[in-house]
Design a protein around this ligand. Structure first.
Ligand SMILES: [Zn+2]
Length: 459
């Protein structure tokens, strides 16, 4: 098949490489998914946007895609720290007397709602870790057989010294790995950097499975190795995650999958940059995180966050501020209004103009998903002398990748707080022919980022 070439930055080689799918025209992608004992924050959502943009871009260029995203519903569910302080009571109350399965089901549903709000299309498959315990045990047995793991009192560790390439993805030396291991060294480990494949269950565990090493539960890393290879095969094209997954999660995944199979499993490792808030990484542990529902509560369109994220290179850290988000919200609403306006008069413009602009769009997405360049192209098109109809047609087409709902015509949706009341007031004023008041209200609406278009009464 003659499909356009696409270049992606591979964390493993630290270079941009041409993507060569193993199966002609089909790109298979595994994405690390959410841990479902808490809400995802917009930093997590930025990470989940990356495979969405990747898939949309590949499909725009004519490829087919298959995406698997795991749901981590094991391993953390007895943690007693939930979300931020102010939510703790509420969350705890809601979770009182709930089983781990109920907790996981609740947060899985919340995750799916949140990604939908950001225009992130669902993965083809969402395997749950708890449904794949036998596969994880099988993989651990294989690692034990091959001498890459050892058991101590019902817990199985990966022996990093048995895998010389350990540290290659994250460019970590063994010394750095020792320095980086947190807390008291576990005396049962041969090397402080050895990680857990299977953990013997303590007294307070709610989720416990039988295993050849006694009752316990799997480590997080083995989950992704087992499920990715089960569902996508022992070789697949792309693995995505956040920059914070490179070490230890993906490093461990490579050590497990490659030691078990004896060959490279993942073609391209694609990592999204972190979301920063006042210079600190947005994280549950930092207590500085924002949910997409909070963006909505502030009267902003959740897709404004998507618009904001598209302005930055996916690999770069993105500094988040409410002002930046408000600016993105205004810009997005304005762009949608322009598209609606440009769509009104069907005009005739030659196909060459459209093709020329579309080629530039294709080139930008094919060059390591260069969305800042795409957004500059959108602005350039908006300012250009291209016929309005053509502008609208191009933007609606590109929106298959951008996912910004640019074809929206129902502008009453997702109005900022207070806008609906002002619109109702203004309609009354107009009906009463109080045009001075109506104009004042129009200005007030404008300040909220809402522009009003009046239709002629005669029509
Ligand atoms: Zn993972």
């Amino acid at each position: 098949m003659n499909l356009p070439s696409i270049r992606l930055y591979n964390t493993f080689t630290r270079r941009k490489e041409e993507l060569r799918p193993l199966d002609d025209g089909v790109v298979r992608i595994y994405s690390c998914g959410p841990t479902v004992y808490r809400y995802v924050h917009i930093g997590n959502l930025r990470t989940f946007m990356l495979p969405d943009l990747l898939r949309r871009s590949l499909e725009y260029l004519g490829y087919k895609t298959e995406q698997v995203m795991n749901i981590t519903d094991v391993g953390h569910l007895t943690d007693d720290t939930f979300d931020r302080g102010e939510d703790k009571m509420l969350v705890s109350a809601r979770l009182e007397n709930k089983s781990p399965e109920q907790i996981a089901a609740y947060y899985t549903a919340a995750f799916k709602d949140d990604v939908r709000k950001l225009g992130i299309r669902p993965a083809d498959t969402y395997p749950h870790a708890t449904d794949h315990i036998p596969q994880m045990i099988g993989l651990i047995e294989k690692l034990l057989e091959k001498g890459h793991a050892y058991e101590v009192e019902g817990t199985v560790y990966y022996d990093i010294a048995s895998f010389p390439a350990y540290g290659r993805l994250s460019r970590n030396s063994t010394e750095k790995l020792i320095a980086g291991s947190r807390g008291e060294p576990d005396p049962r480990k041969r090397h402080p950097g050895d990680f857990t494949l299977w953990k013997a269950a303590g007294e307070h565990r709610l989720q416990v499975w039988p295993s050849p090493w006694g009752p316990g539960y799997p480590g997080w890393h083995i989950e992704c190795s087992a499920m990715s290879m089960l569902l996508l095969g022992e070789r697949f094209d792309i693995h995505t995650g956040g920059a914070d997954n490179v070490f230890p999660h993906h490093e461990a995944e490579i050590a497990q999958s490659e030691a078990a199979t004896g060959h490279r499993v993942v073609g391209t490792w694609l990592h999204g940059g972190l979301l920063m808030l006042s210079g600190a990484r947005m994280a549950k542990s930092a207590g500085n995180f924002l949910r997409v529902t909070e963006i909505e509560e502030q009267g902003l369109d959740p897709l404004a966050f998507r618009y904001l994220a598209l302005q930055a290179k996916y690999r770069a850290p993105l500094n988040f501020s409410v002002e930046g988000l408000e600016g993105a919200d205004r810009a997005l609403r304005h762009l949608r209004e322009r598209v609606a306006e440009w769509s009104q008069n069907e005009g005739a413009e030659g196909l060459p103009v459209r093709t020329e602009w579309d080629m530039r769009f294709r080139d930008a997405i094919a060059e390591d998903l260069d969305f800042p360049r795409v957004m500059a192209l959108v602005a350039e098109l908006a300012r250009s002398t291209v016929a309005p109809w053509t502008k609208a047609a191009l933007l609606r087409d590109w929106d298959r990748v951008l996912g910004l709902d640019l074809g929206r015509t129902d502008f009453n949706q997702a109005l900022p707080a207070g806008a609906e009341e002002l619109i109702a007031e203004r309609e009354k004023a107009r009906a009463a022919k109080d045009f001075a008041r109506s104009d004042r209200l129009r200005e007030e609406l404008k300040a909220l980022g809402v522009s009003v278009v009046d239709r002629s009464i005669e029509k």
